[in-house]
Design a protein around this ligand. Structure first.
Ligand SMILES: Cc1ncc(COP(=O)(O)O)c(C=O)c1O
Length: 398
C-alpha cells in the first residue's frame, strides 16, 4: 500500500503546535490536574446577546437561510462590512466588488496562498508569526522566506534588511498588527508607508491580517492598511469576527481590497466552498451594524487581565511589559530558567496545570519566548501567578 500516502506538502508541514499541546493537556486532564488553559487564543467571553438573539430568530423564523449561502457573501453582509470599514477606518469600499466573506480568516489566508502561489514561489513571512502565515504557504507548495521580528525593533520587521534577491522573487508579504504572537502594535505609521512602497517597488501582494484591530488598550487605535496612501493598489486586508465579537466558533470573517487582487481568492473559493451559513452572515451583519459598546467593554476586560498578569509577573521577578493590543502576553523565558520554550511549556503544564504556548511553535525566532493568552476568568489569574511562582522557584538555575 505504498502508493496510498499523504502528499509531500502535508509531510512538509511542521508539527501542528496546538495539537501537540492539546495532547499533553488531555493527559493532564485525564490525571485530574486542575488545568488553567492560557494556550490557544480562544476567547472565553460569550458572544454578545444581541448577536446570539439575531441568530436564533433567523434560524427559527427564516427558513430560507437554511439553504446554500451565496459564496462571496450575501449583499446585506457585504454592505454591513462596507459601512463598518467606512465608519471605523474612514475607508471606502465597494460592497459588490471589494469585499468577500470567509469561513474565518484562517480559511481565507490559507486559500489565498493556493489562489496565488505556484510551486516554488517565495513568500515573505514574519518570524515568529501566526502559523497559518507559513503553513498556508507550505500547503500551496510555496517557499517561506523568514523576516525576523526582533525585540530590539519592537517586533516590527526591518524591510531594508530583506535581501534584494528574496524581495525580487517574493510574491506575497504577510503583516499582522496588533500581532499574534508578540502582541506588538504599529505606533509609527511610517512603517506601513514603507511597507506599501516596498511592496509596490517589488510588485509584492501585501496581505494585512487585521484580526486584532479592535483589541487595543490604553487609548491606542489600530489602523487599516487602507488608511495608507497607495495601499489599495497593492494590498488585501483580512478581518475576523472571532476576537472582535467573541465569535470564534461561528466561523466568519472577510477579505477586502481592490477587485483585481481579491478576484483570484473569490474564484478559488467558488470551486471549493459555499461561504459562511446565511444565518451566520445575518447575525454577523447585526454585530457590525449594532452598538460597538460590547467591543469596547471587552477590550477593557482584556486590559484589566493584562494589568493583573503583567504586574503580578513583575512582582515575581519575571520582567514583562504591557502590550497595547491583542489578547496575548509574549514573554521572554527568564534567564535563570535554563529551558527551551517547548520544555518550559510542557513541564509547566505537567507540573502545575497551567497551559501556555511555546514560542518555537510560531517560528524559530520565537524560541526563548512563551505566549500566554488572556482567556480565563479574572479570578484564575491569581492561581496562575501562584503556580508560576512555585515553578520558577523550583526550576531556577537548573
Ligand atoms: C493573526 C491571526 N489571524 C487570523 C486568525 C484566525 O481567525 P479566524 O478565527 O477568523 O479564522 C487568528 C486566530 O487566532 C490570528 O491570530
Amino acid at each position: 500500500m505504498d502508493k496510498i500516502k499523504p502528499s509531500d506538502k502535508l509531510g512538509a508541514l511542521p508539527p501542528y503546535l496546538f495539537a501537540r499541546i492539546n495532547a499533553i493537556k488531555e493527559e493532564a486532564l485525564a490525571k485530574k490536574l486542575d488545568v488553567i488553559d492560557l494556550g490557544m487564543g480562544n476567547p472565553d467571553l460569550p458572544t454578545p446577546p444581541h448577536i446570539v438573539e439575531r441568530l436564533i430568530d433567523t434560524v427559527k423564523n427564516h427558513t430560507r437561510t437554511h439553504r446554500y449561502p451565496q459564496a462571496k457573501g450575501m449583499p446585506r453582509f457585504r454592505r454591513a462590512v462596507a459601512a463598518w470599514m467606512k465608519n471605523r477606518f474612514g475607508v471606502a469600499l465597494d460592497p459588490d466588488s471589494q469585499i468577500i466573506t470567509l469561513i474565518g480568516s484562517k480559511e481565507g489566508i490559507a486559500h489565498l496562498c493556493m489562489a496565488y502561489l505556484n510551486p516554488g514561489d517565495t513568500v515573505l513571512v514574519c518570524n515568529p508569526s501566526y502559523p497559518v502565515h507559513f503553513n498556508g504557504v507550505i500547503l500551496a507548495g510555496g517557499v517561506v522566506h523568514s523576516v525576523p521580528l526582533l525585540e530590539q525593533n519592537k517586533f516590527i520587521p526591518d524591510l531594508a534588511s530583506i535581501p534584494e534577491e528574496a524581495a525580487r522573487k517574493a510574491k506575497i508579504l504577510f503583516l499582522n498588527y496588533p500581532n499574534n504572537p508578540t502582541a506588538a502594535v504599529v505606533e509609527d505609521r511610517k512603517f506601513l508607508e514603507d511597507a506599501v512602497n516596498f511592496c509596490k517597488k517589488h510588485e509584492i501582494l501585501l496581505v494585512y491580517d487585521n484580526a486584532y484591530s479592535e483589541l487595543t488598550f490604553d487609548g491606542y487605535v489600530a489602523p487599516s492598511i487602507f488608511e495608507i496612501p497607495g495601499a489599495m493598489d497593492i494590498a488585501l486586508e483580512f478581518h475576523s469576527f472571532s476576537k472582535t465579537f467573541n465569535m470564534a466558533g461561528w466561523r466568519i470573517g472577510w477579505a477586502c481590497g481592490a477587485q483585481k487582487l481579491l478576484a483570484p481568492l473569490e474564484k478559488f473559493k467558488s470551486f471549493l466552498d459555499y461561504g459562511s451559513p446565511t444565518f451566520v452572515q445575518l447575525a454577523a451583519s447585526a454585530a457590525l451594524e449594532g452598538s460597538q459598546d460590547c467591543v469596547k467593554e471587552q477590550s477593557l476586560v482584556y486590559q484589566r487581565r493584562r494589568d493583573m498578569m503583567v504586574e503580578g509577573l513583575n512582582k515575581l521577578g519575571w520582567k514583562a511589559d504591557k502590550p497595547k493590543g491583542s489578547m496575548y502576553l509574549w514573554l521572554k523565558i527568564p534567564e535563570k530558567v535554563k529551558m527551551d520554550s517547548m520544555t518550559f511549556a510542557e513541564r509547566l503544564l505537567k507540573e502545575t496545570g497551567v497551559c501556555i504556548t511555546p514560542g518555537i511553535g510560531f517560528g524559530s525566532y520565537g524560541e526563548g519566548y512563551v505566549r500566554m493568552s488572556l482567556v480565563t476568568h479574572d479570578n484564575r489569574f491569581h492561581d496562575v501567578l501562584l503556580r508560576l511562582k512555585k515553578f520558577l522557584n523550583e526550576n531556577s538555575g537548573k
